[in-house]
Design a protein around this ligand. Structure first.
Ligand code: HEC
Ligand code: HEC
Ligand code: HEC
Ligand code: HEC
Length: 129
């Protein structure tokens, strides 16, 4: 037990720091690029998206504009879900007519840029090498 105790304490420390590292990555003010794990290996460079700076510049105060809710095939534009990854509800290969993860991002990002006449529309402007 004398030898095992320090090892256990070390293991606990490693687990705590790994947990804290994940927490930092998930905070919106540290997001500068999007590379959701759900895609696996990306075929394009990760899309640039500096979360807080982008939303400040674009004057988007309402989180629900992007973080909507919904279930059973019905979107709920009034239920705010910030903190829930898009991939929790949008699958890479969904069953039936559901919006795929790639389409969810493309539709949301590009539709707004088009509507506002501001923000990138071309592949290489978001998927910056
Ligand atoms: C222009 C769209 C947009 C707006 C507006 C927006 N977000 Fe986000 N936010 C995102 C995207 C995209 C992600 C990455 C989530 C993902 O890819 O699964 C994200 C991630 C997050 C995350 C990290 C956890 C997660 O979901 O992965 C938090 C927390 C968050 N946003 C909070 C907020 C809050 C609070 C507001 C309002 C003040 C807000 N967001 C407004 C698009 C937006
Ligand atoms: C709590 C579940 C949930 C979360 C989280 C969620 N969605 Fe959705 N979303 C839905 C449902 C349900 C629908 C309607 C069915 C469908 O199209 O698959 C939908 C529809 C959509 C649509 C198609 C309708 C439209 O507005 O044009 C887009 C685009 C979309 N979501 C983008 C996103 C993005 C981007 C994120 C992350 C920032 C996100 N969604 C997070 C549940 C969710
Ligand atoms: C509801 C509207 C809206 C949505 C949704 C939105 N954008 Fe934007 N975006 C804007 C506006 C408006 C600008 C221009 C801001 C300015 O320069 O005045 C912009 C600018 C940008 C820029 C240029 C650099 C910057 O940060 O200003 C990038 C890159 C960008 N958007 C990426 C994205 C991505 C990726 C998504 C999807 C995850 C997204 N946007 C979703 C409105 C939106
Ligand atoms: C407004 C920004 C924006 C534009 C413009 C855009 N994308 Fe994306 N794209 C995204 C976001 C956000 C994701 C999800 C996060 C990621 O993969 O970086 C994504 C995901 C993808 C994915 C799935 C992930 C991967 O890398 O395999 C592919 C493929 C893709 N985009 C190709 C394209 C192509 C081709 C174009 C031009 C026709 C394009 N995109 C234009 C923002 C954009």
């Amino acid at each position: 037990m004398k030898r095992i105790l320090p090892l256990l304490m070390l293991a606990a420390l490693v687990c705590t720091s790994a947990f804290l590292a994940v927490q930092t990555v998930m905070a919106q003010d540290t997001i500068t690029k999007l590379a959701p794990a759900a895609f696996g290996k990306l075929t394009r460079p990760p899309a640039v998206f500096n979360h807080d700076k982008h939303n400040e510049k674009a004057k988007l105060e309402e989180c629900v504009v992007c973080h909507h809710g919904g279930a059973d095939g019905k979107q709920d534009k009034t239920a705010s879900t910030e903190g829930t990854p898009c991939s929790d509800c949008h699958k890479v290969k969904p069953a039936g007519k559901a919006t795929s993860l790639q389409r969810a991002y493309h539709k949301q990002c590009i539709a707004c840029h088009r509507a506002k006449g501001k923000g990138p529309l071309a592949c290489g402007q978001c998927h910056v090498r």
